[in-house]
Design a binder for this molecule. Structure first.
Ligand code: GTP
Ligand code: MG
Length: 201
């Protein structure tokens, strides 16, 4: 997709604030600091549209970004940040579960995992929710630039095994540093939103 326009729309804390124009949504979940916002910026070739965090765990809203008046990226707050209180954690869980259960516009969930480590308990829980609610999911193994190529397969295997990944779910290796996986991920996204076009280089 040639990116002609991308803009921040809203930080939503409740469903009544979600956009009402029925565009398809691609949501991103993952641990705090895993690289969700960086991934959005890389996909849309903007350095800093999605706010990358200097304060992990701080954002507890769904951040909506609209691209080409065609699709929204929905950046979830990162989970697993130790300093977040139990109450906040529960509120976060409710907000996310409600979104993935009820949001008709959600066409694809990107579950973003740091390729260097096995998925956390929270990652596994999130993945199981997604399976439970039948949300089309793409596992994105990011920070690929941080491990040698010779070890990629081994790390991907651990990630698949820990999640007990459904073989029908796509998996993309990604790096927001090098752009690895960008084209492939756009293909998966375009497939999910029914858009057929060349990607922007
Ligand atoms: N080397 C490398 N660093 C990355 C990559 N993706 C993100 N980072 C770095 O990881 C840190 C966290 O990235 P963010 O994009 O802010 O992570 P996030 O998942 O949005 O974090 P929260 O919003 O706190 O949940 C930043 O310092 C990024 O520069 C990657 O693919 N490779
Ligand atoms: Mg972020």
């Amino acid at each position: 997709m040639k990116i002609t326009q991308s803009e921040f729309i809203i930080s939503a804390v409740r469903p009544s604030q979600y956009p009402v124009d029925a565009l398809p949504e691609i949501a991103l979940a993952g641990r705090s600091n895993v690289g969700k916002s960086s991934l959005i910026n890389k996909l849309i070739l903007r350095k800093n549209l999605a706010r990358t965090s200097s304060q992990p765990g701080k954002t507890q809203q769904l951040n909506y970004y609209r691209v080409n008046d065609m699709v929204y990226f929905v950046d979830f707050p990162g989970y697993g940040y130790a300093k977040v209180s139990k109450t906040q954690r529960e509120l976060f869980g409710q907000m996310i579960e409600t979104y993935i259960r009820d949001r008709k516009e959600l066409k694809l969930q990107l579950l973003v995992i740091d390729m260097r480590h096995a998925p956390s308990k929270d990652d596994v829980l999130m993945y199981h929710w997604l399976k439970h609610y039948n949300v089309p999911t793409c596992i994105v193994c990011t920070k690929a630039d941080k491990i040698p190529k010779s070890k990629w397969d081994k790390h991907v295997k651990v990630i698949k095994e820990t999640l007990e990944a459904d073989p029908r779910d796509s998996l993309v290796m990604f790096s927001s540093e090098t752009g690895l996986g960008r084209e492939k991920l756009w293909e998966v996204i375009n497939g999910a939103i029914g858009h057929i076009t060349e990607i922007d280089q």
